[in-house]
Design a protein around this ligand. Sequence first.
Ligand code: FNR
Length: 336
Amino acid sequence: MLLFSPYKIREMELRNRIVMSPMCMYSCEAGDGKITDWHLVHYPSRAVGGAGLVILEASAVTPQGGISPQDLGIWDNNQIDGLKEVVNRIHEAGSKAGIQLAHAGRKAMVEGPIAAPSAIAFNEKSRTPDALSAEQIAGTVQAFKDSAVRASEAGFDCLEIHAAHGYLIHEFLSPLSNTREDHYGGTQENRYRFLGEITDAIRSVWEGPLFVRVSASDYHPEGLGAEDYVEIAQRLKAQGVDLIDASSGGLVPVAPRSYPGYQVPFADTIRRGAQIATGAVGLITSGVHAEEILQNGRADLIFIGREFLRNPYWPLAAANELGVTLPPPKQYDRAW
Ligand code: FNR
C-alpha cells in the first residue's frame, strides 16, 4: 500500500504518506506566540497516532501577522525553546515535524494596523489594510527568513510557506487583492515577486524540505485558478520548492462547494502540469480514499485535517481498513 510506504524528500524520510495538516489551535497567551501545554499534548498525540509528518499550525512571522492574538509565533528567539520541546516529542514518537510560516495580511485579527499589498478590505465588515511600502515588503521577506532560521534552531525537519487562504502572500498573488502599480503588482510575474523573494530568502538559510501551501482556486471569475498555479508551481520548483500543498479559497468571501476530495483535482493538475510533488487535502477521511489518490498518481502526500482532530489514531484506522499492520509505539509492545 502506497499510503504506508516510506517517502523521502531531500534528507527527510517519512515512515508513511500521512501528514497532519496545519491547523490553528488559538491556544497561546494573547500576543506572546509561545508553545503551551496544549500544543505539547496535541501535536505529539498525532505522532503517537502514526502520522508520517506533523505540521504545526500557521505560525506568525511578525506580531502583526497573526490570524488571531492566540496564534503560535516564530518572530522572536524566545519562542524557540517551546517549539524545540514539541519537535523533540514528535520525534520521540517516530514522526517528522514541520511548521507553517505565515502572515495573515489583511485578515489579521490583531491590535494595530493591518497590512496588505493594496488598501482593499476583505469584506464590508473588515478593517481596511494599509498598502505595504517597498521597505515594509523587504522587512516582511526578512521576517520569513529569520523565522526559517529559528525553525532550524528548533529542529524542524520541514517548512511550509503559507501562501493560501487569503493571507498576505495569497493577497499578493491574486489580482483581486493586489492592484499595486509597482513591480509587486500588475503581471503574474510581478504578483509572484513577493512569494519568489520569500522563497529565495528561506532557501538561502534552509536546506531541508520546503513546501508551499497554495489556494489553487479563488472561486471567482477574475481570480486565479489551477492553471495559474501550474505556472506559479513551475516558478517555485525552479527556486527549490519541493512540494505544493494544494488547498483553495479564502481570498474573497465565497464558500466553495465541498465534498470528499474536492481539492484533489488541484493537486493532480499542478502535479502533472509542473512536474512537482503535491499534497492533497480536504475531506479525505478514509484509508481507501487516501490510497486511491496516491495510486492514481494524483498526489504524493495525503494531508489530514479535521479527521485527525476527531481521531488522533487515524493512521491506525486507515491501516486497519487497508489490511496493513502497523508497528505499535514501542511502549505498547508487550500489550500487542
Ligand atoms: C485549518 N486549516 C488551516 N490551514 C492552514 O493552512 N493553516 C492553518 O493554520 C489552518 N488552521 C485550521 C484550523 C482548523 C481548526 C481547521 C479545521 C482547519 C485548514 C486545514 O489545514 C485543512 O486544509 C482543511 O481543514 C481541509 O482539510 P480536512 O479538514 O477536510 O481534512
